[in-house]
Design a protein around this ligand. Structure first.
Ligand code: PEP
Length: 254
């Protein structure tokens, strides 16, 4: 399958930023700038901003994501949010396994796998993040790390459900550091993710999955990264908090 046939998706990960009025103002700023986008545009906002974001994006092409979801349907899980709760609000995507969740909140491939299954069964599109630590890259085990994450995070998930999922390759050393993987480094790993999917599922499945790059993507480096055959979009942290910068990245998918 040609890259042009895959869905290009640019998603902004706002992390723990923006109050509700600030969230509305940012979405109001982004919406007119991305109205002619050739790709899907998503904003992953804090839980407290979801309703504000759903309302502010009505009538625009922007979709809303949560930044995590619990894997149980309901019950005694204080502080957690279920997939059905997100769907009921109008949320369409959810970021899972972000390296900050893995690093600071004990997220493991096993829980990412459970969350991915829960998200897909509720009809959410998961954006599953994978990526190696700097130490792992230096030890030349990037591909082993990524293959392990893909195998575990998608364990037991059907080919049809994998096709609905998005995978974000985010080298941990490039997140929020200002250090970007070169376009060739990013392409090499994204191509490897696709070949791992082809081995686990089939070439047809691998060709259909949208793979994003994330890690200090910005208006200056986005076009080169997004020109690569296996990079179908981006997961953007810092640069997604400025409407102008985010919209330049969205335009770079053209
Ligand atoms: C992210 O949070 O997923 C991310 C890629 O952050 P940044 O763009 O700031 O590196």
């Amino acid at each position: 399958m040609n890259k042009k046939l895959r869905k290009a998706v640019i998603a902004g990960n706002w992390k723990m930023n923006k109050t509700r009025p600030e969230a509305k103002a940012l979405i109001d700023g982004i919406a007119p700038l991305v109205k002619d986008a050739d790709c899907d545009v998503v904003v992953a906002v804090p839980f407290t901003n979801l309703e504000t974001a759903i309302n502010a994006t009505k009538g625009t092409s922007i979709k809303v994501a949560a930044q995590n979801v619990h894997f149980e349907k309901s019950g005694a899980f204080t502080g957690e949010i279920s997939a059905d709760m997100l769907v009921e609000l109008g949320v369409e995507y959810v970021v899972l396994g972000h390296s900050e969740r893995r690093q600071y909140f004990g997220e493991t491939d096993e829980t990412v796998n459970k969350r991915t299954i829960a998200a897909l069964s509720a009809g959410l599109i998961p954006i599953v993040c994978v990526g190696e630590l700097l130490w792992e890259r230096e030890c030349d085990i990037t591909k082993e790390v990524i293959a392990r994450q893909i195998k575990l995070d998608f364990f037991g998930i059907s080919a049809d459900d994998v096709k609905k999922s998005i995978i974000a390759y985010e080298p941990v050393w490039a997140i929020g550091t200002g250090k970007t993987a070169t376009a060739d480094q990013a392409e090499e790993v994204c191509a490897f993710i696709r070949s791992t999917l082809a081995e686990l599922y089939s070439k047809e499945v691998a060709d259909a999955v949208t793979i994003q790059y994330g890690g200090s993507m910005n208006p200056k480096n986005a076009a080169e990264l997004l020109s690569k055959e296996n990079i179908d979009g981006g997961l953007i942290g810092g640069a997604s908090l400025k409407a102008e910068d985010f919209s330049v990245i969205v335009s770079a998918t053209k």
